[in-house]
Write a protein that binds this ligand. Structure first.
Ligand code: ADP
Length: 442
């Protein structure tokens, strides 16, 4: 098997690549249950969520199987009469894809599917915490007939593999989802060989609830965005900003709902909150909660390790949180919802934008005017209005400011794997034909 052989795959027709991708999608969907079980075993998320991720992850393969056939070029009017200008899009080459543990399948398919659709080959470096789902997905790609060398998975030291991918001149693009620090290192490293880089980094999502919000919609949306995957997603609400008029009502109803969430083994009946990924994650959450308590915040529910032990943490709501606390400034990545109070719309927008992150934001209001005004003022790549879950294969996902570069999903997700080239063709105009044509016309 020749690794890094991008020739064979890129030389297939788009229709052929599309068929292979579609087959891969079908196989993943046929093994949805087993893949979900594997994911729950190695990552911990509740089985229903894991199976949901399999469908969500597979949807990118289905979408890009279709999109493979739509890599259109352009013809641009040239500036001189005897020139023609053609724009051709071609695969960028070998792609290094470094992925995290929180979505062990979807973060892979979101990168690999558009790369393959464009004709690129991929070297995947999955998280060391969730290698099995990655290997199972790669095995299914082989069963789908995708030729050896097109999809590669490399396991081992993250630093060594990352350095090798970044240093190789053959790797023309790095696509990464993970922490902001590692993303910055990969971006700096990629400068040495001038690679294209896509980064999907940390967020600090504000979830803004205005006095005029529909309380039920706001509760449902905030619970969904905050507690999915036990708070371990980069689009999770990190700060719940609530206007003073609805503050007490919302805080009470929200803490009650959070208190009733069933925590446990992801295979358990009715479990909606699994364990955190490891001890380091629990320690980080504990440090943040203690920091807030020591500075005057109040625990409304939860606030400590769960009695189940191991890496379980109680779903938590903390009130009286201030913007200088760690809970407000850093990405929590755990089942803790800090609530902050605001008075005016301007104050809410200022608080929401007061961060270097710019991935996702959520707004709850029944005013159409306010929806547009606030959504446009928020410096975020994704804004959900009266909506807590906004990620889909048909829309571009990505952050602004230090939350990243590039977009995943939708037609825009293809751009990152394509080079745009032009051909300018100079030809001699056949004067005689021109003359005859004009003659015939007269
Ligand atoms: P998280 O804190 O969410 O685990 P990381 O950025 O540490 O985020 O990890 C995301 C991915 O990046 C994982 O696959 C991990 O192995 C990989 N990784 C971690 N450090 C490096 C590094 N120095 N170079 C390349 N990849 C790395």
């Amino acid at each position: 098997m020749e690794l890094f052989n991008d020739e064979a795959w890129s030389k297939l027709t788009a229709a052929e690549r599309s068929k292979y991708l579609r087959k891969w999608f079908d196989l993943i969907m046929a093994h949805k249950e087993e893949l979900g079980q594997l994911m729950t075993l190695e990552q911990g998320k509740p089985l229903k969520e894991a199976i949901g991720e399999v469908s969500y992850g597979a949807s990118f393969i289905e979408f890009y199987a279709e999109e493979a056939k739509r890599v259109y070029g352009d013809i641009i009017p040239a500036t001189l009469p005897d020139r023609r200008l053609f724009v051709l899009k071609q695969p960028i080459g070998v792609v290094g894809a470094i992925t995290p543990w929180n979505f062990p399948l979807a973060m892979i398919t979101r990168k690999v599917a558009p790369a393959l659709a464009c004709g690129c080959t991929v070297v995947i470096k999955p998280s060391e915490l969730t290698p099995l789902t990655a290997l199972a997905a790669a095995e299914l790609s082989i069963q789908a007939g995708i030729p050896p060398g097109a999809v590669n998975v490399v396991m081992g030291s993250a630093i060594d593999i990352g350095d090798a991918l970044v240093a190789s001149p053959k790797v023309r693009k790095i696509t990464f989802t993970g922490s902001t620090n590692v993303g910055k290192k990969l971006m700096a490293g990629s400068a040495k060989t001038v690679k294209k880089v896509s980064l999907e980094l940390g967020g600090n999502a504000p979830c803004i609830i205005f006095d005029d919000a529909d309380l039920d919609v706001a509760l449902k949306g905030t619970l969904a965005t905050k507690f999915r995957n036990s708070g371990q997603t980069c689009v999770c609400a990190n700060r719940v900003l609530v206007q003073e008029g609805i503050f007490d009502k919302f805080a009470n109803a929200f803490s009650k709902a959070v208190e009733s969430m069933k925590v446990g083994d992801g295979f358990g009946e009715g479990v909606v909150q699994g364990p955190l990924i490891n001890d380091a994650a629990v320690n980080k959450v504990e440090t943040f909660v203690q920091d807030a308590i020591s500075k005057g915040a109040k625990v409304l529910t939860g606030g400590k390790k769960h009695s189940l032990g191991m890496t379980f943490y109680e779903p938590t709501v903390i009130s009286d949180v201030k913007s200088e606390m760690l809970l407000s400034r850093e990405e929590i990545f755990g089942p803790v919802a800090p609530i902050l109070k605001f008075k005016t719309e301007e104050e809410a927008i200022h608080m929401a934008n007061d961060t270097n992150a710019g991935l996702a934001a959520y707004v709850f209001t029944t005013s159409i005017q306010r929806s547009w005004r606030v959504a446009e003022a928020l410096e975020y790549g994704l804004v959900g209005v009266n909506e807590g879950l906004i990620s889909t294969e048909v829309a571009p996902f990505g952050g602004v400011k230090q939350s990243g570069l590039g977009r995943e999903g939708s037609k825009y997700g293809m751009d990152d794997y394509l080079e745009v080239r032009i051909f300018q063709i100079f030809f001699r105009i056949y004067e005689k034909i021109k003359y005859i044509c004009l003659g015939n016309m007269s």
